[in-house]
Design a protein around this ligand. Structure first.
Ligand code: NAD
Length: 488
């Protein structure tokens, strides 16, 4: 059985405790992972703090930091196959997706490598004579980065990349569900030549090691991706140290299709919008909001595609939908479909777990048009389940789209330009995709509001969020400062 190691202060170790990692394709244990204990978390934060103030990192120029990030990007690209295989093995995400995604992860590091020496301060035209005032942008300090199981290399890149570009140091806690790719990433990071302790990678259970990490007094910022309920714990814990937070949480994103849309494109975008990554994607277009004028034809086409999807082993290049990451996810999907049925929804296809080894759930479509209270319309499945609701007017479409506590992403399919603009203005979500879905780039900020969190990952803003401003006042006059107690 493979044994993975944690990475603290530039050294690899098994850790005092270990836990079993399960292969979602078989449901069987395949590797041992280090389970970070309080002392491991403390050691990781201490190492990150020592690195933050240490000359090897603190006195490195921003351009030199950028060069290290570039080297890391090259190493990721060179090792992409191995990283993809490990992510597929440990999380069940299909190899087609992990291969493509990890190749692109290298681009995120390249983008932040380029940004490192473009994070500028400012000079202020101050309203006082003989005074120079400027703003220095300095790194916030030690960053605690926490990621969920899906797309860990990607979700960590959008934290580690900007944090290191800004000059911070990082303790990354990988998900206990499939940490192998992050622990392997630590080995690759180690070869890039960063000073010891700049990045530390640990893994373990949220309420234990996650809570110790987020409440640690030496952590300045917590960058969290996960569910809203966990985010509440994270915010409460980070309040101990008044650390700042950025939260990338879940979604119940509307995928809105008007009758004038290019239907073939919309169907394909909806299929990948909900069934890619077996629906375990924060931006999954999990609510199809569809014009009643085309609803039946659209659903017939979608159902046909959903039923033709190749379900199989995640390491098979032919597989289009693989297993979910955990048995709990399968049970969760089944329970939500059942509750939606009880609320009046109709299951058009799928709906029950597939009877085979591993954690398989089929592409599922449920029509909730006559079941407005169905949990399928309000709760995140984080699985391959699409909830459908029809509309008659544009105003109704907008109202349905916004009837969610989440606000991460949305899709609008229409050829009507003015209508597209009205929808863009009206939709309450951090991302709007028009006649496309799921496009991402290191250059474009990503994030939501409401129960989908706050803060942005990707783009320049993400790097600025890992900095704090220091205001410098410098008096340029050689005249003596008068004694304030002598009246004149
Ligand atoms: P989760 O919230 O259960 O766990 C996420 C991470 O938080 C894990 O590493 C876990 O160990 C850790 N954690 C758990 N309890 C903790 C605590 N008390 N203190 C600190 N850390 C703790 O999420 P999940 O079920 O693993 O992932 C699914 C969720 O993540 C979904 O809601 C999904 O939408 C969301 N997600 C969001 C994005 C985004 O970018 N917006 C991306 C992917 C996933």
């Amino acid at each position: 059985m493979q044994q993975f190691q944690q990475y603290i202060g530039g050294a690899f170790s098994d850790g005092a405790a270990q836990f079993d990692s399960i292969d979602p394709a078989t449901g069987k244990v395949w590797a041992k992972m280090p389970e970070a204990q309080r002392e491991d978390v403390n050691a990781a934060v201490e190492a990150a703090e020592a690195a933050f103030y240490g000359a090897d990192w603190a006195s490195l120029t921003a351009s030199a930091r950028g060069k290290l990030l570039l080297k890391l990007a090259d190493l990721i690209a060179e090792n992409a196959t191995r990283l993809a295989e490990l992510e597929t093995r440990d999380t069940g995400k299909i190899i087609r997706e992990t291969s493509a995604q990890i190749a692109y992860v290298a681009e995120y590091y390249r983008y932040y490598a380029g940004l490192a020496d473009k994070i500028e301060g400012a000079h202020l035209p101050i309203d006082k004579p003989d005074m120079e005032v400027w703003l220095r942008r300095e790194p916030v300090g030690v960053v605690a980065a926490i990621v969920p199981w899906n797309s860990q290399l990607f979700l960590s890149a959008v934290k580690i990349g900007p944090a290191l570009a800004a000059g911070c140091t990082v303790v990354l806690k990988a998900s206990e569900e499939g940490p192998a790719p992050m622990l392997e990433f630590a080995r690759i990071f180690d070869q890039a030549g960063f000073p010891r302790g700049v990045l530390n990678v640990i893994t373990g259970f949220g309420p234990d090691c996650g809570a110790v990490l987020t409440s640690h007094p030496k952590v300045a910022h917590v960058a969290f991706t996960g569910g809203p309920e966990t985010a509440r714990h994270v915010v409460r814990n980070s309040a101990e140290n008044l650390a700042s937070t950025s939260l990338e949480l879940g979604g119940k994103s509307p995928f809105i299709v008007f009758e004038d849309a290019d239907l073939a494109s919309a169907v394909n975008a909806q299929v990948s919008g909900i069934f890619a990554a077996s629906g375990q994607s924060c931006v999954a277009g999990s609510r199809l909001v569809i014009s009643n004028r085309i609803k039946d034809a659209f659903l017939a086409c979608l159902k046909e595609k959903a039923e033709a999807v190749v379900i199989g082993a995640p390491d098979d290049m032919a597989t289009e939908v693989g297993p979910l990451c955990t048995q709990k996810q399968v049970q969760n999907a089944e329970a939500l479909v059942k509750a939606s049925k009880q609320a009046g929804a109709t299951v058009l296809t799928g709906g029950t777990a597939i009877d085979r080894d591993g954690f398989y759930f089929p592409p599922t479509i449920i029509d909730c048009s006559s079941a407005p209270d169905a949990p399928g319309l309000s709760q995140e499945f984080f699985g391959p389940v699409l909830s459908v609701v029809g509309f008659d007017t544009e105003a109704e479409a907008l109202e349905i789209a916004n009837s969610t506590e989440f606000g991460l992403a949305s899709g609008v399919f229409t050829k009507d330009l003015t209508r597209a603009h009205r929808m863009i203005r009206g939709i309450r979500s951090g991302i709007v995709w028009v006649n496309t879905y799921r496009a991402v780039s290191p250059i474009a900020p990503f994030g939501g509001h409401g129960l989908s969190g706050h803060g942005r990952e990707g783009g320049l803003q993400a790097a600025l969020d890992y900095t704090k401003i220091k205001t410098v006042w410098l008096r340029t006059s050689d005249d003596p400062i008068p004694d304030p107690f002598v009246m004149r």
